[in-house]
Ligand binder design. Structure first.
Ligand SMILES: [Zn+2]
Ligand SMILES: [Zn+2]
Length: 179
């Protein structure tokens, strides 16, 4: 039986991992009604390694394989820069099919701790939105706005627009996360 768990792993840890995991736990709880279950630190899959970047798709595949059957979703977090097929870099990727996402905070770094935290929260929320079937949204400020640069990440808010929120609630209800 599915439980309200998001199986969360790291692909590498650094001095920011503790902060990122604390924020992740809070985002999963407050926005998705999920409990973070930390599954430990995994060695990033070596396949697809390119100029110190890791292939996000390989990590997503790995996560989908280790995610316990009772966890409703999986999330992998990494300090490494990641890319995906055809893209120079990505902040994250997600698959609603296996309900897993990968988020890199490599490019979210800032000397301003509050700014870093807000970027991390936005990107986790965004990718987890995709996990539950949300698409990109053009509503001003919606966290599901597509962002291809830090500038665009900083422009959007941490929250879903009313339409995306409704869709998310519907998906969470269908999965039994929400009553
Ligand atoms: Zn997206
Ligand atoms: Zn929206």
């Amino acid at each position: 039986m599915l439980q309200n768990l998001c199986y969360t792993i790291t692909f590498g840890v650094d001095e920011l991992s503790g902060t990122v995991l604390t924020e992740t736990e809070d985002v999963l709880k407050t926005k998705f009604h999920l409990k973070m279950e930390y599954g430990g630190d995994f060695k990033p899959p070596l396949m697809g390694k390119r100029d110190n970047q890791l292939l996000a798709d390989g990590m997503l595949f790995h996560l989908s394989r280790v995610k316990p059957a009772n966890a409703i979703a999986g999330l992998g977090i990494t300090p490494f820069d990641i890319y995906s097929d055809g893209l120079n870099f990505v902040f994250g990727i997600a698959s609603p099919v296996v309900r897993c996402a990968i988020v890199s905070y490599h490019r979210l770094a800032s000397y301003n701790r509050e700014l870093f935290i807000s970027r991390v929260r936005k990107e986790i929320t965004h990718e987890m939105g995709h996990v539950f079937g949300l698409k990109h949204c053009t509503y001003p400020g919606c966290v599901m706005n597509f962002s291809n640069s830090l500038y665009e990440v900083d422009l959007k808010s941490e929250d879903f627009c009313p339409n995306c929120r409704k869709k998310l609630e519907k998906a969470l209800k269908e999965l039994g996360v929400l009553e």
